[in-house]
Design a protein around this ligand. Structure first.
Ligand code: HEC
Ligand code: HEC
Length: 304
């Protein structure tokens, strides 16, 4: 039996009630598809959280993992996790994150062991994702940890100890400091969106002016900040190699007195002075002269 409902549309200018015909068994649905069964949901619900939540019951040893790894992973990732050809390197690269070309591996870069289990279970081996059993995944995860010198050769991994294996670079991850990602949804007394100005959108990060009352830095300085972060910060933030420290008045005053053009041209061509060597464009020769000008503008405007 079908049910006829009279629904008044409250759109302005529409005073006609609409006729809607609904199957009573399917009220609340659009009349197609079916409700997912618990085991269907379980097939998709396989994410593992950093604290181990979501891990299935099971275990696997480094010893068992070695066989699986050699048979199913080594052809691409290499017997020692060194990566064959352009396939990802899984082990080593410790302390390389500050290098010009860091080697990012589970041991050198990843923050959580849970991601390793999750990734392998979900996506590997590349040509047959989700073909590994739970125990096989524990075993091969244990073996990849072993390749990174994070566990011993007699180690057995399971749902209880996995989250307790800290990865060395855990502390290298911090919360995203940009103001727009941490915002809480505003429910009352909100800012008028029309008053939020987009200051720049051509450069990698879209900078928005969220300040009220505070004078924003110039548009150029904002654009220069992202270039500074990529190419100049390494030396100028800490004073590495004798670089004048960002925002330190006494280290910049006499330099700024030379005028912006002089500073920009020295930053472009490189400059050796009393305190050290400023390489041409900080070593990032792919940057345009205009981008260097933006970065220098930002640096100069940061000096109080
Ligand atoms: C046919 C080649 C191939 C095989 C075999 C293979 N992988 Fe991969 N693996 C890849 C590729 C390609 C990626 C990168 C995928 C991407 O970035 O989308 C990857 C990524 C990974 C990553 C993430 C690396 C990172 O730093 O992002 C891990 C961990 C991993 N594989 C583990 C394994 C394990 C364990 C096995 C064996 C069970 C395995 N892989 C088998 C090709 C392979
Ligand atoms: C490898 C380290 C390093 C990097 C990277 C670097 N600088 Fe420098 N920079 C220096 C050093 C060292 C000096 C000081 C040279 C001196 O006065 O002896 C300097 C000085 C400067 C000066 C002052 C020049 C003057 O006339 O006093 C400017 C401007 C400057 N850098 C801009 C930049 C910009 C812009 C970038 C990024 C595109 C950058 N630097 C990246 C090391 C670096």
């Amino acid at each position: 039996m079908a049910l006829i409902i009279l629904a008044a549309c409250n759109q302005p200018g529409n005073s006609q009630p609409a006729l809607v015909q609904l199957d009573p068994a399917r009220i609340g649905h659009y009349g197609f598809g079916s409700v997912a069964k618990a085991d269907e949901i379980a097939g998709w619900n396989i994410d593992i959280r950093p604290d181990g939540k979501g891990l299935p019951e099971g275990q696997g040893s480094v010893e068992d993992g070695e066989w699986i790894y050699e048979a199913q992973c080594a052809e691409c990732h290499g017997s020692f996790g060194e990566g064959v050809g352009r396939f990802p390197v899984l082990a080593g690269g410790m302390d390389s994150l500050r290098d010009f070309r860091p080697t990012k591996t589970i041991g050198s870069y990843w923050p959580y062991t849970s991601t390793l289990y999750d990734y392998i279970y979900r996506a590997m081996p590349f040509t047959q994702p989700q073909s590994l059993s739970v125990d096989e995944t524990y075993a091969v995860t244990a073996y990849v940890l072993y390749l990174n010198d994070l566990v011993g050769d007699d180690f057995e991994l399971n749902q209880h100890n996995l989250a307790n294996i800290p990865l060395p670079n855990r502390a290298g991850f911090t919360r995203d400091p940009r103001p727009d990602v941490a915002n809480i949804r505003c429910m009352e007394n909100c800012r008028d969106p029309a008053k939020i100005k987009i200051l720049s959108e051509t450069l990698p990060s879209v900078q928005q002016d969220y300040t009220s009352g505070i004078e924003p830095a110039s548009t150029k300085a904002n654009a220069g900040q992202s270039i500074y972060t990529q190419a100049c910060k390494l030396c100028h933030e800490s004073g590495l190699a004798g670089a004048p420290v960002h925002g330190e008045k006494d280290q910049w005053e006499t330099r700024i007195a030379q005028g912006l053009d002089k500073l920009v041209s020295r930053a472009i061509t490189g400059f050796t002075g009393d305190s050290g060597v400023m390489p041409p464009k900080g070593g990032f020769t792919q940057l345009s002269d205009e981008e260097i000008r933006l970065a220098v503008t930002y640096m100069v405007e940061s000096v109080p």
